[in-house]
Design a protein around this ligand. Structure first.
Ligand code: PDD
Length: 314
C-alpha cells in the first residue's frame, strides 16, 4: 500500500511483528513507538516549529475526522508548511493506525514539523517535513468526572497572539496547567486583558442568564473541533448560544461552566479557585448537552458501522 508524500511514494504496510500496543508512524513507515526517533536538529525540537492534532476514536471510528483534517490543513497553511500528504492519504493513514490497535476507543495524535535542518530561524530551503502519528488507548472521562465535574483555577493568559493555530509550541499552556495541578485542580482557565479566552487545553463555555457563551472565533483561542458540534447540539436542544467576549465577572456569575476538548469531551467545571460554581454540581444545561454529545457519538458509530457493512469486500 503506497501513498504519496510530496513527490515520493512510501510504504503503508505494517511490519509483521509490530506490537500494536505501541505502534507509531514516522515519515512513511509504521514502527514500534520506542523505535520512532527524530533528529535533534528537527525544527519541532529546536523551535517548536510544527503543528498537531488530537483525534478521538470511538468504536474504531474517528470522531469528526473531516473537521480535524480541515483544521490540520489550516494550521499547516498558517505556518506556511506545505501539506505533506494528500487528504485521502491522511484518512488512509489514520484508518490504518486505528485498525491495527487492539482497543476500540483510541485517540490519534498527529504531528507535523518543518523537518530537520541546520539551525537557523528562517525556513530551510529544501527539507522534508517530519510526519509523526501515534495511537493510544482512550480512557474516556469517568462516571465520577461526569457526575461531580472538574476543578479549575484562573490564571493569566501568557500565550502568543496566534492561539488559533494548533501549534506544538505549548509552553505557556503547560505552565498554566501545571499551576492548576499543583493547586489540586484539573484545568486552568486563561484570562487575557479582562477576557476569559479558553482553558490551557480545552475550550470554556459559560451559562449566563440561561444563554451558553463561547469565546468568539478569533486569534485569542483555538477553535476546538467541538465548537461546531456544540453549536449544533445547542440548537437541537433549543438552547441560546452566543460567541462573545466573556469577562471574569461573567465567569463569577455563570450558573454553569463547561469545558470541551477531544479527550475530556464535554464536562462541567464545578469549582473555580476553590469556590463552587453555583451549587457546585453539574447543571441542567450540561446534562442536556452531555446527553446530546453521547447521542452524537453513538450516531457516528452507527453510521460508520453501516458504511463498513455496505462497503464492497476487496
Ligand atoms: N487540546 N483549546 C486548547 C488550548 C486546546 O489545547 C484544546 C484541545 C482545545 C479543544 O480543542 P478540540 O475540541 O479540538 O480538542 C481548545 C488537545 C486535546 C490537546 O492538546 O491534547
Amino acid at each position: 500500500m503506497n501513498a504519496s508524500f510530496l513527490d515520493h511514494t512510501f510504504d503503508l504496510s505494517f511490519p509483521e511483528n509490530l506490537d500494536p500496543k505501541s505502534t507509531a508512524y514516522l515519515n512513511g513507515k509504521f514502527l514500534a513507538l520506542e523505535e520512532a526517533k527524530v533528529s535533534v536538529l528537527d525544527r519541532g525540537f529546536l523551535f517548536a516549529d510544527g503543528i498537531y492534532e488530537v483525534v478521538p476514536v470511538y468504536q474504531r471510528s474517528p470522531f469528526l475526522w473531516t473537521n480535524h483534517l480541515r483544521r490540520l490543513v489550516r494550521s499547516l497553511a498558517a505556518i506556511q508548511l506545505a501539506c505533506p500528504l494528500h487528504e485521502e492519504d491522511w484518512t488512509e493513514l489514520v484508518h490504518r493506525m486505528i485498525d491495527h490497535q487492539p482497543f476500540d476507543d483510541q485517540f490519534i495524535y498527529l504531528q507535523i514539523t518543518r523537518g530537520s535542518a541546520r539551525r537557523d530561524h528562517a525556513f530551510p530551503q529544501t527539507v522534508r517535513p517530519t510526519v509523526f502519528a501515534m495511537a493510544s488507548e482512550f480512557h474516556r472521562p469517568s462516571q465520577a468526572d461526569r457526575e461531580n465535574g472538574l476543578k479549575a483555577i484562573t490564571v493569566d493568559d501568557e500565550r502568543w497572539l496566534r492561539c488559533d493555530i494548533k501549534s506544538v509550541s505549548l509552553l505557556a499552556n503547560v505552565l498554566a496547567r501545571q499551576k492548576a495541578v499543583e493547586q489540586g485542580a484539573h484545568e486552568a482557565i486563561l484570562i487575557r486583558d479582562g477576557v476569559v479566552t479558553e482553558g490551557a487545553s480545552s475550550n470554556i463555555w459559560l451559562v449566563v442568564e440561561g444563554e451558553l457563551l463561547g469565546h468568539p472565533r478569533n486569534n485569542f483561542a483555538l477553535e476546538g473541533i467541538r465548537y461546531g458540534l456544540i453549536e449544533e447540539l445547542a440548537r437541537d436542544c433549543g438552547l441560546r448560544l452566543s460567541l462573545r467576549e466573556r469577562s471574569p465577572a461573567d465567569l463569577a456569575r455563570a450558573s454553569e461552566v463547561l469545558l470541551s476538548s477531544a479527550t475530556k469531551e464535554l464536562l462541567a467545571i464545578t469549582s473555580i479557585n476553590q469556590a463552587p460554581v453555583a451549587q457546585g454540581r453539574p447543571g441542567p444545561v450540561f446534562q442536556r448537552l452531555r446527553t446530546a454529545y453521547d447521542k452524537a457519538i453513538e450516531m457516528q458509530c452507527l453510521r460508520a458501522q453501516r458504511a463498513k457493512a455496505a462497503a464492497p469486500i476487496n
